[in-house]
Design a protein around this ligand. Structure first.
Ligand code: E4P
Length: 214
C-alpha cells in the first residue's frame, strides 16, 4: 500500500520523505489556508520529495477546472490534478484522461460516485472515511464496498483512503487492499511508535552500558 501525507506543510513532507516510506502528498484548500504559504511554491517544493502531489482546483465549472488543472499540470510532472466529485468534475476527469494528465477525485462518499469517477478515467479516487464516521456512518465499510466492486471489474483507478483519523484506519485500509492511504502528520508520527519498542530499546541500552562499565 502506498502512503501519502495529507498536508500543505513542506517541512512535514521533507521529514517523512527522509524516513523512506513516503509515496505522495495530498493537499486541499483548507490545508493550504492553514499554512498561509504561496500555493505554487508549496506544490513545487513538495514535488522535489515525492512523485505524486495532489493539487486541488478551486473552480467548479468544467472550463474553469480545465484551465486551472492544465496550469497546475504544467508546473511539474509530479502534479496530480484534484477534482471534486460533481458532474462538471466527471467531464473534467474525462478531458484530463484524454490529455494524459493524472487526476485525483476528491469528496467521494458513496460506491456509486466511486464507479462514475473510475468510468470517467480518474487516476485516483478519494473516499473520505473520517467524515462519514463523524456523522455516525461506517467510513471503512465504504472502502470495503468499493474494493469488492473493484475486484469484479478491471478499473485501473487507484483507491485512496482519505480523511484518516488514527493508525487503525491505515491498518484496516491495508487489510482491505486499498491502494493508497493519505495520513495527517500527527497520525503518521504515531505509526513507527510502540511502547514495547521504547521499553525494549531502553533495556538493551542499559544492559550494554553495564557491559561497557565492566
Ligand atoms: C484528502 O485528500 C483530503 O485532503 C483529506 O483527507 C480530508 O481529510 P479531513 O476530513 O480530515 O479534512
Amino acid at each position: 500500500m502506498k502512503l501519502f501525507l495529507d498536508t500543505a506543510n513542506v517541512k512535514q513532507v521533507a521529514e517523512v520523505a527522509a524516513w523512506g516510506v513516503l509515496d505522495g502528498v495530498t493537499t486541499n484548500p483548507s490545508l493550504v489556508m492553514k499554512e498561509g504559504k504561496d500555493f505554487k511554491e508549496t506544490v513545487l517544493e513538495m514535488c522535489k520529495h515525492v512523485p505524486s502531489v495532489s493539487a486541488q482546483v478551486t473552480a467548479t465549472d468544467f472550463e474553469g477546472m480545465r484551465k486551472q488543472g492544465e496550469e497546475y499540470a504544467s508546473w511539474n510532472k509530479n502534479v496530480v490534478v484534484k477534482v471534486p466529485m460533481t458532474t462538471e468534475g466527471l467531464k473534467t476527469l474525462k478531458h484530463f484522461k484524454s490529455k494524459g494528465i493524472r487526476t485525483n477525485t476528491t469528496l467521494v462518499f458513496s460506491p456509486a460516485q466511486a464507479i462514475l469517477a473510475a468510468k470517467a478515467g480518474a487516476t485516483i479516487i478519494s473516499p473520505f472515511i473520517g467524515r462519514l464516521d463523524d456523522i455516525g456512518e461506517d467510513g471503512m465499510n465504504l472502502i470495503a464496498e468499493i474494493m469488492e466492486i473493484w475486484r469484479n471489474y478491471n478499473f485501473e483507478t487507484e483507491v485512496l483512503v482519505a480523511s484518516t483519523r488514527h493508525p487503525r484506519h491505515i491498518v484496516d485500509a491495508a487489510r482491505l487492499g486499498a491502494h493508497i492511504c493519505t495520513v495527517p502528520y500527527d497520525v503518521f508520527a504515531k505509526l513507527p511508535k510502540h511502547s514495547l519498542t521504547d521499553i525494549g530499546l531502553k533495556k538493551f541500552m542499559d544492559d550494554w552500558a553495564k557491559v561497557q562499565g565492566k
